[in-house]
Design a binder for this molecule. Sequence first.
Ligand code: ATP
Length: 439
Amino acid sequence: MSEAKTTVDMDTIASLCKRRGFIFQSSEIYGGVSGSWDYGPFGVELKRNIKNVWWRDNVQRRDDIIGLDAGILMHSRVWEASGHIEGFTDPLVDCKNCKKRFRADHVVDGRCPECGGELTEPRMFNLMLKTFLGPVEDEASLTYLRPETAQGMFVNFANVVDVSRKKLPFGIAQIGKAFRNEITPRNFTFRTREFEQMEIEYFVKPGTDEEWHERWVEERFEWYIQYGMRREYLRLRQHEGEELAHYAKATYDIEYLFPFGWAELEGISNRTDFDLRQHTLHSGREFTCFDEDTEEHIVPYIIEPSGGVDRAALAFLADAYHEEKVRKRKRVVLRFHPDLAPIKVAVFPLLRNRPELVALAKEIASDLRPHMMTMYDDTASIGRLYRRQDEIGTPFCITVDVETLEDNAVTIRDRDSMEQMRVPVPEVKDTLLEKLGRG
Ligand code: ATP
């Protein structure tokens, strides 16, 4: 992580997330639990939207990638074969003075980051969370909560090839929870013990792997920009030496300039044929594809774009955050891409004590609901209602005013320009769909 800084700090983001209902601390009433977070009403929508656009772009819109949803619990031998039992470790150091624990590779000058005390020699700590299947807690029933979704796609490789008849190159995509017993969860939702991944395992002919690796790195980089991230807040970094995972020939990280500095958003690895060969070795099953050019069965190489949903959500939140002065007052606005905005439109009556306005606003909201996430609100003055929606990044607000009763038209306010336009009620839905890019 570098020392570069953004204009917004993490506390500002975290407090907005709590205040407005994006993210809450897990089990807060019991003092909270470290490394786990709960997504509130707007956070859940943001995350869903990120997963939906990822799925739409990578599965629905492509002919060469198909989806899978494998279990979190797998046979413990999966983790033996994958090398995770042996090698999925981080170096742990203890402070001899304050007794706190740290990841050795996150310590900058060899002293305790909290109190400056002396640290112990590093020892390896396995990051997998253990659990037991069934009523007896013994070696035979021991397994792990998956630390990555990838293995579900490798062990199902033959099933997917059989049913889909896909030829190389092709991919399997999956979104799901993963768990890692991180030594120091930190930076809000950046590093947690429970998180979601969006992963693609893209199977290619050996020899074409480097070219595909480059293509995926570029494609994934541009994807974040497509959904609104500032290009200058993104960069690529190649893993070197010991940082390279036990399965990888080469890895690039897409890094984002988070409020605490540059850090990984997504990793794109060339996993070679390591995983499929390991599973053949341990299960005795063959994992091959028929290559029509050479008329041989070959073990494909794998390119893996692996991103975190929570990290993407945090980066999109930080990137969308803007503060500006409007009529001498601070306006906080999340400039989300319309596809990611939790709520697409909010509808208000200008005067909540006028039953005709309330009824009409509710009717407009319910007409819009089948087409987009819509919110009705009359719990504050109009200025306040606008501010609330700005803070959750709602692209459009509709106000029903007294004139509406005469001209059957409403005001649509644009989040970013704050410009207002008058639109006849029967045209509201189509106008919004067009503005949202879904016309
Ligand atoms: P790090 O070096 O930061 O511990 P990693 O390189 O081990 O991470 P990968 O194994 O490449 O991470 O995981 C792929 C993606 O999954 C990451 O880019 C990140 O978005 C997400 N991810 C991994 N670990 C966590 C975590 N503890 N909390 C949230 N997201 C995570």
